[in-house]
Design a protein around this ligand. Sequence first.
Ligand code: SF4
Ligand code: FES
Length: 258
Amino acid sequence: MATPVMDKSQPEGGADATAEASPYITAVFRIRRFNPEVSDEAHWEDFRLEIDPKERVLDVLHKIKWELDGTLTFRRSCAHGICGSDAMRINGRNRLACKTLIKDISPEKPITVEPIKGLAVQKDLIVDMEPFFQAYRDVMPFLITKGNEPTRERLQSPEDRERFDDTTKCILCAACTSSCPVFWVDGQYFGPAAIVNAHRFIFDSRDEGGEQRLEVLNDRDGVWRCRTVFNCTEACPRGIQVTKAIQEVKRALITRRY
Ligand code: SF4
Ligand code: FES
């Protein structure tokens, strides 16, 4: 569908108001639209607009929603890479819209934006995250201890803290799990994010629930489904070594040393 162009290429006050070249370019945002109240079929819709390449994809989605089509639906909250709510497929790759600059994604061609894969689409860019969070809950992502209550805090050496530092960075955006071909084929697989969050506690020296978590992940839908494709590591916006964490959990299952 063609949409009006928002032309910001001329500075206010006319072309002579400033000697600086306009930063604006014309870009096409090709967005996967789906509204189950209107049609069972999803379709692509084009939005042509003037944007500054230093803007983020999230800024442009806001611009489309606020100025061109108020029905466009997507999740976002913090807008600064912390809440994990705006993972989407941008130019065929899972990214956070709030951390993706237009200039980094070939704006001279149509920029495709679609929902992450492997989870049911509810509307436009919004998917049903419940299966993802169920897998997260299944690995018991909280400290498990058996008595030995400390009088003050539970102490831990810097070296022991470092052991699981990488996996503490997860923001549960689902970019990893929804980039995994095993998860696409069979959504029963726990997926990389759940394993990352199990890793965070299995390798925590203060935790005593490692055996329980390993047994959960020893399931037919657990870590052994991983085919070491590395999509998850590439997709993670936090730079977590996701595949390495999965390998460490596999090794812990074999050796029972962690
Ligand atoms: S491991 Fe990375 S990609 Fe996966 S949910 Fe956590 S932050 Fe997102
Ligand atoms: S909106 Fe919170 S991570 Fe992007």
